[in-house]
Each structure stands twice: as structure tokens, then as C-alpha cells.
Design a protein around this ligand. Sequence first.
Ligand SMILES: NC(=O)c1ccc[n+]([C@@H]2O[C@H](COP(=O)([O-])OP(=O)(O)OC[C@H]3O[C@@H](n4cnc5c(N)ncnc54)[C@H](OP(=O)(O)O)[C@@H]3O)[C@@H](O)[C@H]2O)c1
Length: 328
Amino acid sequence: MTGKVLITGASGFVGYHLIESALSRGLEVTAGIRKSSQVDHLSGFNIRYAHLDFTQPAQLARVLEEGGYDYIIHAAGATKAPTQPAYDEANALSTERLAGAARMALPRLKKLVFLSSLAAIGPLTHIEGAITEQTQPNPVTAYGRSKLLAERKLAIQPIPWLVLRPTAVYGPRDKDIFILLRMIRRGWEPYIGKAPQRLSFVYVKDLADLGVHALFTEHIHRTYNVTDGRAYERFELAEIVKDFFHRRTLRIFVPVPLVRVIASTLERAYARRQKSPALNREKLEELTAPNWVCEISTVKRDLGYLPDYDLKNGLEETLEWYLRNGWL
Ligand SMILES: NC(=O)c1ccc[n+]([C@@H]2O[C@H](COP(=O)([O-])OP(=O)(O)OC[C@H]3O[C@@H](n4cnc5c(N)ncnc54)[C@H](OP(=O)(O)O)[C@@H]3O)[C@@H](O)[C@H]2O)c1
């Protein structure tokens, strides 16, 4: 494949793997970053850099015009922000401005792939069944609502866009699920409440390969949910990690009402400082939701998506990476 791709959010976890996948497909890659972005870990890649300021539409259009990109993968986005307006700014308005700039500056743009999130639909409230593209969106967090707004703002732009909605992504360089993996390695297996849950995951390499592959398919103006296609019981992730380390753990079930009190306290304390706590009441709802399982037949059919990894082999590869790189 040939062509120039701009990858926004290139300094982030998924961004790294998107760069790797795009280069392996022969694309010329430009990493869209901020002036403040940490990019030392990208130094081994043969790529260009472009500074993007999503608050400045004219600057965005100028950078796009100078780059003359054939493709854009828009992975920049905030997963932590203090307020709904801050989420909307980082996720929805930035997407709207990027799409608007692309419309003006890149008349021959072949595709813009936007990384939304399954959080834009939200979880199912019952344990049976699976989320599909037809499920009525009901996001339970400010983050999810901002991603849904981003999708809606993108949908009215006259450019060739495509939306991917990944579920929880894990893999080398992730810092979020990593916290849980490290706790399990240390012998602690924490859970909020005792209610059963069905979860979904996607390995970052499968997601990145899909994001790049989607650039070259004929499909536009579609939205696809993305998981590895499986349903996992709530203890499965820990079981895999324990087997990998040959380790026993202590399961701790923290009662939901207690966690709710902690979440409210954190919310109040952080609100005064205009910061976002790692846990708030919305996040609690997301973490304890009964069903995040997702049907992926549409993305398989349209985009030929065939994930290489399930949670076991994806986690094993990830844990090996964390060990090799001194994270664990
Ligand atoms: N990880 C997951 O489980 C998951 C699941 C579903 C969807 N997603 C979506 O996938 C995308 C990538 O996620 P990730 O896990 O790679 O997150 P990440 O590691 O936090 O990276 C986020 C990237 O977005 C950039 N960014 C954040 N806020 C920005 C802003 N206001 N303006 C410009 N750039 C900004 C960051 O730049 P700096 O380096 O300068 O901060 C970074 O490059 C996001 O859109 C996220 O919503 C992730």
C-alpha cells in the first residue's frame, strides 16, 4: 500500500501500535502530536511529526494542507477529564474541527478513521445478550457521551469517514489495565461487588491492524463495534494472569455502597481542584456494569476483520512485554 497517513494521538498507547501497523503496510506516516507530547518512545520509527492544535481550526487546516494526506486515523482523545465540557472539547469538538479542516484542506482525502469507543453506546443492563450496532446508545459516563457527540458531529461532515468503537483495549504500553495486572502479580485480586459480569476486550495489535486496514476498504459512513468477538466472565482475566505467573491471589470483594461513598468523596475533593479522579460514580457504574459483550459480525463481514488474539494469548504477549521492559 502507498500513501500518506496522519495519525493523531500518535504519542499515546494505541497511537504507537497504529504507527507500527501503518509502517508495516508501507504507508508514509506522520505522527500528529501536541507540543507537550512525550515522543521519545517513537524515536525508532521512520516517521514525520506534525504539531496539531485542535483548538485552532485555521492552524489545523494549514498543517493538513502542508501534509497533503491521503488518510487520517484520528486516535487523539481524552479518557480522563474533569468535567463534561472538558471531555466534549477534547473528544467531540476536536473531532469536529479536524473533520472540518480536512474538508477544506484535503479535497482528495480517501478516508478518515475515527477511534470512538464502545463507551459511546454504554453497557447492557442485563447479563444476557450482546451489544450490536443497532443497540440504542446509552452512555453512562461523561467520556462515553463525549464520544457519542463526536460521532454525531463527524456524521454530518461531507468527508469519507468511518468510525470504530473499540471496547477495553489492552496490550504493550497500556497504563490502565496494567494497574490491575500489577496488583494480580502482587497477589491481590480486587473486585467491586459480587454480581456476575460479562466483559469484552480487544488486543491493541488487532485494533491497530483493523484501523489501518479500514483505510483501504470501500466502506465509508459506517460505524463498527470492535472487540475480539468473545465474552469473558469477570474472573477470566485474573485466571490468565495467575496461570502466567504461577501465582495464587487473595480475592477481595469491596462492597458497591462502600466504593460509591469513596467515589463521591473523590469527586468532591477533585472538583475543587478542577481535576479528574481515577474513580467517580459514573466510572463505578461502568466498572460494575453487568454486560459489555459485543456482537462483531458486521465488522467481520464488511471489513474482513479476523482478530488474531484472544484474551489468553494477547495477555501472555503483553505480560512478556511488561517483564522484558521492566514494568513488572
Ligand atoms: N485504551 C482503551 O481502552 C480505549 C478503548 C476505546 C477507545 N479508545 C480510544 O482510543 C484513542 C487512543 O486511546 P489511548 O488508549 O491510546 O489513550 P492515551 O494513551 O491516553 O493517548 C491519548 C492520545 O491522545 C492525545 N490527546 C489527549 N487529549 C488531547 C487533546 N485535548 N488534544 C490533542 N491530543 C490529545 C494524547 O496526547 P499527549 O501524549 O500529548 O497527551 C495521546 O497522544 C482515544 O481516542 C480513546 O478514546 C481507547
